[in-house]
Write a protein that binds this ligand. Structure first.
Ligand code: CP
Ligand code: NVA
Length: 316
């Protein structure tokens, strides 16, 4: 049966661990000039219904480094659900390409595409989840801080796709997660209850309570793609949720600062914090490449993941 990568929750802990280790290996090979053309002759179709810098470049570059080829389909090209149904797009693409990536609005579109496609589908961001980002973020934390389960992580901002994905990640990797959102911007109810059921899970409207003694402070834009008309109201509603030097003063002194980017400097994060010594935002961006290469290899050549040497110890 084909697998898809639509969320983190569908992975087993061993698969998540295996993906992180494969990403680390691919990264080390790339840095030492070793080629790894595992996907020679394979084609990835990338459907974008929203803009992108990181996701588009890292999938396209990653596929080239793996010996394959990627095709970019811009928002105006396909018109899923308008020019043609998701079902028909999925069934046509499946006749030509080996893999599909989609960035879209409704998560249901991504699920429908995966259901109808004969080839694996990767979620490159929906309004619900951004699992490729989280895989890169977990890779970044593993490299920098080691075992994930020992960490206290604070997410400050909108209870939207990134917050939901952090809740998924905490469910899998068992770190302490505190989520601080303004009232009215909490994650949807199913994610709230998943967070509450986690040991060390906290949902609060107080950013200081979330950040206190945290090892990691993460934020995201106040106005996500598709919400542009709400920007002025959101700037008012989120004004006390800026990640700045004062808020970072409540975290551990060497706390790592993370942001998925693009950043709106002076809104959710200040220049001095995002450009400061503990910011890892460019490592996160770089790791999108390595993490997604691991996902593509896993989906098309699963034996490469299963045949990896077992972990010396549980890397989650
Ligand atoms: N973080 C992220 O997904 O960036 P893009 O929107 O530029 O792809
Ligand atoms: N929450 C943001 C993430 C961008 C990578 C958005 O959906 O626009």
């Amino acid at each position: 049966m084909k697998r898809d990568f639509l969320d983190l929750s569908s992975l087993t802990a061993a698969e998540l661990d295996g993906l992180l280790r494969l990403a680390m290996r691919l990264k080390a090979e790339l840095k030492s000039g070793l080629e790894h053309p595992y996907l020679r002759g394979r084609t990835l179709a990338m459907i974008f219904q929203k803009p992108s810098l990181r996701t588009r470049i890292t999938f396209e570059t990653g596929m080239a480094q793996l010996g394959g080829h990627a095709i970019y389909l811009a928002p105006q090209d396909i018109g899923i659900g308008e020019r043609e149904s998701a079902k028909d797009v999925a069934r046509n693409l499946s006749r030509w390409v080996d893999l599909i990536m989609i960035r879209t609005f409704a998560h249901a579109t991504c699920v429908e595409l995966a259901r109808e496609a004969a080839v694996p589908v990767i979620n490159g961001l929906t309004d619900l989840l951004h699992p490729c980002q989280l895989l890169a973020d977990l890779l970044t934390l593993r490299e920098r801080l080691g075992a994930l389960r020992k960490l206290k992580i604070a997410f400050v901002g909108d209870g939207f796709n990134l917050a939901n994905s952090w809740i998924e990640a905490a469910t899998m990797a068992h770190f302490e997660l505190r989520v601080a959102c303004p009232a009215g911007y909490d994650p949807e109810l199913s994610f709230q209850s998943r967070l509450r059921n986690l040991q060390g899970g906290l949902l609060t409207h107080d950013p200081v309570a979330a950040v206190r003694d945290a090892d990691v402070v993460y934020t995201d834009t106040w106005t996500s793609m598709g919400q542009e008309r709400e920007a002025a109201k959101r700037r008012r509603d989120f004004k006390d949720f800026q990640v700045n030097r004062a808020l970072m003063g409540h975290a551990r002194p060497e706390a790592v600062v993370m942001h998925c980017l693009p950043a709106h400097r002076g809104e959710e994060i200040t220049d001095e914090v995002i450009d400061g010594p503990f910011s890892v935002v460019l490592d996160q961006a770089e790791n999108r490449l390595h993490a997604q290469k691991a996902v593509m290899v896993w989906l098309l050549r699963p034996e490469i993941l299963t045949h990896q040497a077992p972990a010396a110890n549980d890397s989650l």
